[in-house]
Design a protein around this ligand. Structure first.
Ligand SMILES: Nc1ncnc2c1ncn2[C@@H]1O[C@H](COP(=O)(O)OP(=O)(O)O)[C@@H](O)[C@H]1O
Ligand SMILES: [Mg+2]
Length: 351
């Protein structure tokens, strides 16, 4: 497995649909002054699903609202689709915002309007002709699986259905970017999976760029390509999800991964104390996950090992596995070389 974490984040040759440069944002004055974002820079490529994970109060919502300039930064530049939003006048900003849609944790639907009227709302505001609105609304509702719910009211819908209305409304004006503020945090795990699957489909079908903020690494694992870990208004770690998920570097990222995988680090340390010899952490990603590698390595290098811990699953569609093994005998350097040759990352937890 290749490590990507140390790669530079600024590559001027690669197109970027979102670019935040040295953003600072605070709220309040004097003793009440709160720093929400500190010197934050971030780039998102077209068609990417970019996750931002952080605890409550880390600055996630502020960061998302800076992208469409609902919050104006104190310092720094916001570029979306090649336009510097921070330099636009009010009409320019209104036009630019039509290409940046948003969905919310609590859906933000108009409770006194039907599902169809909620979805029609942005089209009316944009001045669409009513003859064009009805077919567009029908098309949007069909796409999110609500073709038969058009005349209902939000109170008659489940949480998942409400978020589908929110998504249909967000897509109405064919945005380039969809910002999701804890969009699945009010939903149960099964509904969360269904909504994330819908977002992944829309990302692929429409080439829609998605920025998704969440306090759950599990959400990031299911849909994101890259992730930034936010703490105290700063990005403490960022990279491809596979990298951050399998090899978190910061304490904060580690905590989020452990929580997502239901791992108990204290219990692991106790397990390790019970075995002698070296302990290796083997990380498999993609094809190497399925290969019968361990048996072959054991035969060829006389490796004796016991399995201490393991986790397997998928990062987006890519299978991964991570095994902690206690190695008690055999040709260790040869085993490491053979594993590396087959694309397995070997980390020595204990020599
Ligand atoms: N409108 C506001 N006025 C004052 N403080 C705010 C406001 N919005 C957010 N904050 C503060 O800014 C920090 C970041 O908040 P927020 O961006 O909402 O974080 P998150 O979404 O990660 O929970 C927090 O300390 C929060 O209390
Ligand atoms: Mg928030």
């Amino acid at each position: 497995m290749r490590r990507h974490g140390a790669a530079p984040t600024t590559r001027t040759t690669t197109p970027r649909v979102i670019r935040l440069e040295h953003i600072h944002k605070h709220y309040g004055q004097g003793a009440r002054r709160v720093t929400a974002l500190q010197d934050l820079s971030l780039e998102v490529a077209p068609g990417e699903v970019y996750g931002i994970v952080g605890a409550s109060g880390a600055g996630k919502s502020t960061l998302l609202r800076v992208i469409n300039l609902l919050e104006r930064p104190d310092q720094g530049e916001v570029q979306v689709d090649g336009q510097a939003l921070t330099r636009l006048d009010a009409p320019g900003l209104r036009a630019a915002r039509q290409r940046i849609a948003m969905i919310f944790q609590h859906f933000n639907l108009l409770s006194s309007r039907s599902v169809a009227d909620n979805v029609a709302w942005p089209l009316r505001i944009a001045g669409w002709d009513s003859a064009r609105i009805a077919p567009r609304v029908a098309q949007l509702l069909a796409r999110v699986g609500l073709a038969d719910q058009a005349h209902k009211y939000p109170a008659q819908l489940s949480g998942g259905q409400k978020q589908r209305v929110g998504i249909a409304r967000a897509l109405a004006l064919e945005p380039r970017v969809l910002l999701c503020d804890e969009a699945t945090s009010a939903l149960d795990p099964e509904t969360t999976r269904a909504i994330l699957a819908l977002l992944a489909e829309l990302n692929e079908e429409l080439g829609l760029t998605i920025v998704l903020i969440t306090h759950e690494m599990e959400v990031v694992r299911q849909v994101c390509d890259r992730v930034a870990v936010l703490e105290g208004g700063r990005i403490v770690e960022q990279g491809p999800v596979s990298e951050v998920f399998l090899h978190p570097r910061s304490e904060t990222a580690r905590r989020f991964v452990l929580a997502a995988e239901h791992l108990d680090e204290q219990a692991q340390r106790e397990d390790f104390a019970h075995v002698a010899g070296a302990i290796w952490r083997l990380s498999f990603l993609g094809d190497s996950t399925y290969a019968p590698l361990l048996g072959e390595v054991a035969r060829r290098t006389q490796l004796d090992f016991g399995i201490l811990n393991g986790r397997i699953g998928r990062i987006k569609r890519q299978p991964y596995g991570q095994l902690d093994i206690a190695v008690s005998a055999g040709d260790l350097p040869a085993a490491r070389a053979l594993l590396a040759e087959r694309g397995v990352d070997v980390q020595e937890l204990r020599a």
